[in-house]
Each structure stands twice: as C-alpha cells, then as structure tokens.
Design a protein around this ligand. Sequence first.
Ligand SMILES: Nc1ncnc2c1ncn2[C@@H]1O[C@H](COP(=O)(O)OP(=O)(O)O)[C@@H](O)[C@H]1O
Ligand SMILES: N[C@@H](CC(=O)OP(=O)(O)O)C(=O)O
Length: 514
Amino acid sequence: MAKPALPIVVQKYGGTSVGSAERMLEVAEIVKSNLKSNRVIVVLSAMSSHKKAEGTTSRLLEAAKEVLKPNSQRYLDIVNIIEEGHLKTIENAVAEGPARAEAERDVKAECSRLRSFMAAAEVIDEISPRSRDVMISTGEKLSARIFAALLQSQGVDAVYVNLEKLIEAQFDEKAIDQTFYDYLTQRLAVVIEGCGENTVPVVTGYLGPVPGSILSTIGRGYTDLTAALIAVGVAARELQIWKEVDGIFTADPRKAPKALLLASISPEEAAELTYYGSEVIHPFTMEQVIRASIPIRIKNTFKPDGDGTVIIPEGWVPPQHAESIECLTPGGTRIPKLGEDYLGSKTPNGNGLALSEDQKRPTAVTIKDHVIVLNVHSNRKSVSHGFFAHIFLALDRYGIVVDLISTSEVHVSMALSPNVKESKLERALVELRKYGTVDVIRNMAILSLVGKQMRNMVGIAGLMFETLAKHNVNIEMISQGASEINISCVIEEERAETALRAIHDECILGDICS
Ligand SMILES: Nc1ncnc2c1ncn2[C@@H]1O[C@H](COP(=O)(O)OP(=O)(O)O)[C@@H](O)[C@H]1O
Ligand SMILES: N[C@@H](CC(=O)OP(=O)(O)O)C(=O)O
C-alpha cells in the first residue's frame, strides 16, 4: 500500500533568523527536526545581522539611491560588502565540497550581475520601480541560495527555488485585487510541485517584480506574504513564521515589560493589531491564509522550544490524522501535535502566569506612532450633503490614508496613517480648506485596545478612558471600530508609552497580576 503523503508545513524565516552562519546552522536543525514527520517548504528573507534597518534589503535600497547620486561609486562598495558577507557565511556554514563551490560561484555571479545592472542604471540615470525590485531581489536570492547549499552539504535533498520569473501575466497595477493573489497562488503551486515530493524547496521570499513595485504594492516584509501564498497553493497543514520574537504578546514586549505571550489569537484580532502598530507579521498574510483555513504559528527561531502563538481561523477543525504527526524541536521538546494545542484553555507563558480563555478581558493593546490628526469644521450654516464626500475625495486624490475617523454633523476628525508625504498633505490641505477650517495636529499616536471578548464586556470603554484620565493622558479623538473588537483613541505621542503600559497593566492584566 502506498505510504500516506506527509502533511505539508511551510516555514518562513525572517532576516534575523538567517542573519549569520551560526543562525543558518540553527535553522537547518529546526528544518531537519520537522522533516521527520512533515514535508517542509522553506521560504527565506534576506539576511539581517541585527536590525532590519541594517539588513541586506535596506543596504540594497541604500545602494539603489547611491546609483543616482552624481559621481558616487558608493553603490559598488555596498555591493562588495554584501558579497563579502555572504561569501563569509558560506565559508562558515557550508561544509567543503561541491555544494559549497557551486554556492560560491552563484553568489559571485549574482553580485556581479547586480553591479552591471546598477552601472547601467547609473548611465541612464534612472531607476524605475521595477528596476528597484530587481535590485532588492538579490537579498533573498543570496540567502536562499546559500541555505539550499547548507542543507545539501548536510545530506538533505534540497533545491534552491528562485521566484524572480514567477509572474508571467500582465496585471494593471492600479487594479490589483484577489485575482492577482489567486494567480500567484496557482503559479507557486506549480513551481513547488515541480520540485518533487521528497525534496525540500528553499524558496526566495521575493516573488518577482510585482505590478507597481513590490515595495508600494506589498511593502517591506513581503516574504510573509510569499510564504502565505505558497501555503495556500500547496494546501499546507500549517504556516509557520519564525522570527525573533516569541509570538504575539498582550502588548509590544519592548514597551510593556509585563506583557504576556498569547497562546492563540483570532485572525480578526491579529489583523487589528497588525494594522494598529503591532506588525508581528505582514498585514496581507492573514487574509490569504485564513481564507484557506490554514493556521499560522509564530515561533521564535532563537527559542525553538517555546510554544509560540497560533492564529486560528474561525471554524477550523483539527485534521483527523493529527495523531500520527510527531514533531520535535532540535532541543528534543515535542511541538504540540498540530491541532492538540490550538483549542487548549489555559496556557502558562514566559512570565509563569496563566491567561484563561474563559476570563473576559481584552486580548492586547497597541500603539501606532507618528500620526497626524486633521480636524475639519464645515464653513456652511446648513451642512451640504457633499461635505464628507468632498473631504474623502480630496484625501483620496493625494493618496492619503485615514486610519480613524470620528464625525458630527459639521465636524470631521481624522487620524492619518503615518508616512504621509508632506508635499501631498500640503496640496490636500489647500483643497480641504475650500470646505471648512482645518486644524492640523502633529506628533500624535493611536492607542487601540483589541479583543473579541470586548463585544460582550460592559464597561470596558469606561475603564479604558478612566485609566487614561488617572494617568493624565489627554484624549484628542475616540473611535470604536465597526468590528466591535477594537476601541481606539488618539493621544499625544509623548504620552503613548505611559498610556500603553497603564492600559495594559490595568485593563488587560487587571486581576491576573494584582
Ligand atoms: N503585541 C506584540 N507582540 C509581539 N511583538 C510585538 C507586538 N507589538 C509589537 N511587537 C514588535 O514586533 C517586532 C517583531 O519581531 P521581529 O521579528 O524582531 O521583527 P522584524 O520582522 O521587524 O525583524 C518585535 O520587535 C516586537 O517588539
Ligand atoms: N527582506 C525584506 C522582506 C522581508 O520579508 O523581511 P523580513 O522577513 O525580515 O521581515 C525586507 O527587509 O523587507
């Protein structure tokens, strides 16, 4: 009788998880320990030794800027440093032999292609969004190429999968919708199937020159989305995102020291947190995977024995043959069988405290900084029905995104998404002033309390605002999301961390920690 196919797990490793030879060797152990009972597909980001801001993708973007500076050859220095760093990684991670020699040759060829491409861009003095995509693709190509060689040198049947030519059809960049993501999913399924069932594909998280450019259409952190689309394409049992953080906490652990790790979270809650400042995974990831009812597990590469956090799709049912799946971490700890840990009620976390699912409490709190508030007062005695329409059309014309809104009949307050371009804001303001007086308040932050239990919690908004008042935090604007799982307010940025800690400790932990 034919052996039943192993369940497929897609593992995406972030830049810091593969940021050095040592890290890559640790990741290889995690992959191998999973191979015993799963078919594993690995998706990699570009190497980042410490912070993303100093990682390979950021350096490539810096080099791209240098290309356009007159008489600057600095882009060549940057590419040389990238090349040296990757060759050093090969030397320290990949055992001598044919796999190592081929990886060295490919890394050198890739960097030399990049130098020629940048030199050509220097001559024409122009870098289109598509050319920039080609430049940043080098980061993921180098890391995936090296990691495939590392696995091969350790006897694993692995193959390097470069997605730079994945997109063959034409799409209108202004009309990117689910059709485009469905297309990518199908293409990825074909590519992965072509690798063979017993081979570990090591895939570049860069998925090709996306219409309108990968950075503007998808944004930094795009490799999470690539992994999600692969997971959907191959009907994976689970998508694992391996990062530098234990999972999703009740608040950003860097800002709220008492934050607790959440064992599980709903996709809606994860999406709200991601949108309002706690971007643990790329915001587009959830939607794709959850549509296909695939759980996402977030794990810490540096502490593989930790439980992590699982984002469980609504109505998800544990697979029937979950009993047969055994998964060990390199440390020998058993990862709970797929399914058995998802529905548990009490989970002790890193702080030794237990969060009870039965207890009514908000799930997490988050802050989004660098927010600008616009207050528009209608200049009409009687309000024209077009007042709101004019305002939003003006903002849309300049590509300005509104995160929160609160209105009365003659007044509208809007919190704008960070990174608004000043020049565009100035032009939008000229237009908005035709419809009323406009105040612009800068250096603000959005504080959001999120939780599906909040739908049934009487008095939670009262407790939230009372807590802010007690800590002398002034509220500029209030909005309760239509989803009823998010209460947000806008406060001064300089009080944001104090407010976050107060709300976290008093409204979420409340009686747990007292
Ligand atoms: N609620 C939260 N739970 C976990 N991490 C959070 C939360 N809110 C914000 N963060 C931050 O998100 C970051 C994500 O982890 P990391 O893998 O280091 O990021 P990156 O993908 O930028 O390299 C962490 O630095 C963490 O401090
Ligand atoms: N390397 C890219 C894409 C990415 O997904 O990064 P990470 O997995 O490290 O968040 C970036 O730096 O944006």
